[in-house]
Design a protein around this ligand. Structure first.
Ligand code: FES
Length: 218
């Protein structure tokens, strides 16, 4: 953290953090509505101890705000009876929890060795060309955040691109162009596994364990 409510994160350039940029890390609270707090209790009830619901509740914050501001971590700490430090230790560990504002679709391109050797870095540069430099934070239209990703554990399908955590295998530059065009047109393509990526808030709600199944259970 640099100053209250701000965070320094690197601007990436194909594998190298280049310079630092300052992004918001906090908002005014409360971020969880009464309804969201009731959902939180529903999630907590599934676990033997309240603290076990920590990660799902952080996804609940992300599903409400679109990212996880410090205020969200403070509210989760108070709901679970944890210290803010305990919540921050977990919240800052998982890269799927976004600690600064993001676009509605997070495009994560793996540039680790297997993917880099098969064009991952070229894909990243192409994505930056298509979305604009600003997309490394949020694209001008608010739709995209572009990020370099560490190994996504699907190296045999390299190069791999994830859109809101759903994987697309063996992606070519042409396929990337079509993918971005389709998302812009409101018609995200089906991932190689796991269906069609929804918007970040929606997928975060699923990760919080709150998507209703056909039987009505979360
Ligand atoms: S190196 Fe890209 S998925 Fe492993």
């Amino acid at each position: 953290m640099t100053e209250a409510g701000r965070l320094e994160v690197p601007v990436w350039q194909t594998g190298q953090p280049a310079q630092l940029r300052i992004v918001p890390a906090d908002v005014e609270g409360p971020v969880l509505s009464e309804e969201a707090r009731a959902l939180a209790e529903r999630v907590i009830a599934r676990y033997p101890t309240r603290r076990s619901a920590l990660v799902p509740l952080l996804y609940l914050v992300q599903s409400e705000v679109g990212w996880v501001p410090r205020q969200g971590m403070r509210e989760v700490a108070s709901i679970l009876g944890l210290t803010t430090a305990e919540v921050e230790a977990v919240g800052t560990f998982y890269t799927m929890l976004k600690l600064h504002p993001c676009g509605r679709f997070v495009i994560s391109i793996c540039t680790n060795p297997s993917c880099a050797l098969l064009g991952g870095r070229r894909l990243y540069e192409r994505a930056k060309e298509l979305l604009g430099e600003q997309a490394e934070h949020i694209s001008d239209d608010g739709m995209f955040t572009l990020e370099e990703e560490e190994c996504l554990a699907a190296c045999d399908q390299a190069p791999v691109v994830a859109v809101n955590y759903l994987f697309f295998d063996r992606v070519t530059e042409e396929a990337l162009d079509r993918m971005i065009e389709s998302i812009r047109a409101g018609n995200a393509p089906e991932a190689s596994r796991g269906g069609v990526p929804g918007e970040l808030k929606e997928i975060s709600r699923t990760l919080a364990g709150l998507r209703e199944g056909a039987d009505g259970r979360g």
